[in-house]
Design a protein around this ligand. Structure first.
Ligand SMILES: [Zn+2]
Length: 735
């Protein structure tokens, strides 16, 4: 009787399934499936279900997609053979396929306890880590390859991981190893196809090779789609996902990705249909379920639309946020139209999420989860200021950043490396306002001090698969400073020239050689020298700064104001960008305030503001000093800055409205009183009254009258409002 692998090859040759299949192994069935012999594979798995050994039955049920039964049989197999590593590994792979990475991870680790040199167990760990763009994936997979250099799947995974990191050369090498080892390394062939597609060459020859092995291997197209989407080439990615499910309609992972990618382009109808189909067929991973829930929540959003901008805001805060977001969005668009010399072909859609979890759904399956905003071509999704702690981020700066992506992605037809896209957007934030953009944080300083910045040709890796916790943040900073450096040395047009070079799918190394006339190594060296002149001293002083700040905090805590004043400025100068929790500015301002020196307290906080400090409470204190010291104009400007950070503050709007009304900035006052009212205050009568005055001053009689009436409706005895109403009626009669 024929057994094992020979039997399966025999079946393939004959295209029929002889009785020998009764002795088939799980590997035989897998080969049939891999070659697209689905009917034979089905019979093969059925024959496994008929076996007595629980492990074989588990594999059989799994092959028949009877996951619950497979799970039970694996449990039985493991309980009967506690020392068996393979059963645990295979069970882990099933659980991974069914979205349970935690239990899968545990099973692989248990297998390693039983067989410490098991390459398959390391591969399992790598597969689980790869889901979250975890750097450990590379280490686990490298270990698997080291233990078993002939493990094709581990080579294929390494090729995928390397291509995710934009390391095309290593990806190719690993893919070729896999193909060399096995004639049916379909994923390795798909990686070749992806590399061709990314380089704008035809991948057809590779798809033809894949078709010869398996004419219905949809996953190859899905793999290419994955890499296109990762490189922000959404439209093309979608086309490949469509091909994947055309070939293999029950490839639910690809159908789900298709739905999610369509959502990213702002669509709702088709994504809902595709995702529901996945869900109804039992494909319920976090991305599918959360995306469906997000679609459901769209009914709680309002859309404001004109020819160039679509603003999608949550109902509860739409009225408040609308004017602020519209102004910043339009200002950014005007700036980029001028800078890049073109208009976006379609209106740009900006979605603002007060619930961070809803926003996080938009970034599921993408690297960089900590982000505040994300841009998919002409759709921008971002956190609402109300979704985060006041002062946590500057939404105007974030919107400015994301809007830059919309222009650069369109300008380059989405062919631009991540580091350049991010660097340019960070650079543009600080161009718009020196107070915007992220400050140099302690983590960044430490990375600079410890020489952990990446060479420019490897910088993409810092965004996609960070090797240490702060590396994403550090990479944003580095990329931004690289663009600052290029502008300072070669001028702003050089950045546009580079963007155009990237659009021709040139590599970072080539673009630097051609456009900057330097080798990448020379560029790195000269950039680092420039950066070192700027922040090297601060980085070198870091430990001393940390120690001194601690002492300053203790002096402040003990109310030793003289010490604080004596040491504070020195500590501030050691690291002027430190505007975060417990900073020298705050301690100094408190000390000056305590000894009654308001002008100095104000000077310190003005410095804090200029350095990009954005704690609303501290900025409000600055505004009150400015007002007390007889400068209401500056006080108003300071309060208006808070609108860029945290506009969800009714008192702020009222006070700013008062200041501007007194300064005869009527349009500003109208906006601020309207904002206060948009927050539905318990007592709206005074805000309506002042709003009426501002309308009166600008000659908008109808609106003035309307607001006086609303003030009186809430408070009929409100004398100033009664007087104003009379005045308005006189005015109407007089006409
Ligand atoms: Zn960005």
């Amino acid at each position: 009787m024929m057994r094992g692998r020979y039997a399966s090859w025999f079946c393939l040759l004959l295209g029929v399934l002889p009785q020998a299949i009764l002795a088939a192994t799980p590997e035989d069935c897998a080969v049939l499936r891999k070659h697209g012999k689905n009917a034979d594979a089905h019979l093969c798995y059925q024959s496994l279900v008929g076996q007595r050994a629980p492990y074989l039955r588990a594999e059989g049920y799994w092959g028949l997609k009877m996951y619950q039964d497979a799970n039970e049989q694996f449990g039985l197999a493991v309980s009967q053979s506690d020392g068996n590593a393979l059963y645990r590994i295979r069970w882990g792979r099933l659980l991974h396929e069914r979205f349970d990475n935690i239990d899968a991870d545990n099973l692989f680790k248990e297998a390693l306890k039983r067989d410490p040199q098991n390459a398959q167990a390391y591969l399992g760990l790598a597969i689980v880590s790869a889901d979250g763009f975890d750097n450990a994936a590379i280490e686990w997979d490298a270990r698997a390859i080291e233990l078993d250099p002939t493990l094709v799947e581990a080579r294929e995974l390494m090729a995928i991981l390397m291509l995710e990191d934009s390391d095309t050369a290593t990806a190719l090498k690993q893919a070729d190893e896999a193909i060399h080892l096995s004639g049916d390394a379909l994923d390795a062939m798909a990686i070749h196809a992806a590399i061709e597609a990314l380089a704008d060459r035809s991948p057809d020859a590779w798809f033809e090779k894949i078709r010869q092995v398996n004419p219905t291997y949809g996953k190859a197209y899905a793999l290419v789609a994955h890499h296109l989407v990762l490189n922000r080439r959404y439209e093309e990615g979608i086309a490949y996902y469509r091909k994947a499910i055309e070939l293999e309609p029950d490839l639910w992972s690809a159908r789900s990705e298709l739905g999610i990618s369509l959502m990213r382009l702002g669509q709702e109808e088709e994504p809902r249909r595709q995702l529901e189909q996945c869900y109804d067929n039992g494909y319920r991973d976090a991305a599918t379920v959360n995306s469906l829930r997000l679609l459901e929540s769209y009914k709680d959003f309002v859309t404001f639309q004109d020819g160039t901008l679509i603003l999608k805001l949550q109902k509860k805060e739409a009225e408040l946020l609308h004017p602020y977001f519209e102004v910043v969005a339009k200002r950014a668009m005007a700036r980029y139209e001028q800078e890049y010399k073109f208009k976006l072909p379609k209106p740009v859609q900006v979605e603002v999420y007060p619930n961070h979890e809803d926003f996080a759904v938009r970034t599921l399956g993408m690297p960089g989860l900590g982000a505040l905003g994300v841009t998919f071509g002409e759709v921008i999704a971002m956190d609402s200021p109300s979704g985060r702690k006041p002062g946590d981020f500057n939404w105007s700066s974030t919107l400015w950043h994301e809007m830059n992506h919309a222009y650069i992605l369109t300008l380059t037809h989405h062919r631009v490396p991540r580091w350049f896209t991010e660097g340019l957007a960070v650079h543009e934030e600080t161009q718009a306002s020196p107070e915007w953009g992220d400050r140099i944080t302690p983590e960044i300083l430490v990375a600079i001090r410890d020489r952990k910045l990446l060479p420019v040709t490897e910088l993409d890796r810092g965004f996609v698969r960070p090797a240490y916790e702060a590396q994403v943040l550090v990479s944003y900073y580095q990329a931004g400073r690289i663009c600052d450096y290029i502008q300072a040395r070669w001028g702003a047009d050089k950045l546009l020239e580079m963007a155009r070079s990237f659009a021709r799918v040139e590599t970072t190394a080539d673009v630097i050689r051609q456009d900057l006339e330097l080798t990448p190594a020379e560029f790195d060296q000269q950039f680092m020298a420039w950066l070192d002149r700027d922040v090297g001293k601060i980085a070198a002083n870091f430990d001393q700064w940390r120690k001194s700040l601690r002492e300053l905090a203790e002096a402040a805590k003990g109310n030793r104001y003289d010490d604080v004043i004596q040491q504070g400025q020195w500590v501030r100068n050691l690291y002027p960008d430190y505007v975060y929790d417990a900073n020298a500015y705050e301690f100094l301002a408190e000390a000056y305030k305590a000894i009654g020196n308001k002008p100095q307290a104000r000077a310190v906080l003005t410095d804090y503001e200029k350095r990009g400090g954005q704690n609303p409470a501290i900025l409000k204190e600055l505004a009150s000093f400015e007002e007390d010291l007889g400068n209401p104009g500056e006080a108003a400007a300071t309060l208006d800055r808070i609108n860029s950070i945290y506009p969800n503050d009714e008192q702020l709007h009222r006070h700013l409205g008062d200041l501007w009304l007194a300064q005869e900035n009527f349009s500003g006052a109208i906006r601020e009183y309207s904002a206060a009212l948009a927050m539905h205050p318990l007592d709206g009568s005074s805000a309506h009254f002042y709003l009426a005055q501002a309308y009166l001053a600008t000659g908008q009689m109808d609106k003035a009258k309307d607001n006086v009436l609303q003030a009186l409706e809430a408070a009929p005895d409100y004398r100033p409002a009664q007087k104003l109403l009379l005045q308005l009626e006189e005015h109407t009669k007089g006409k």
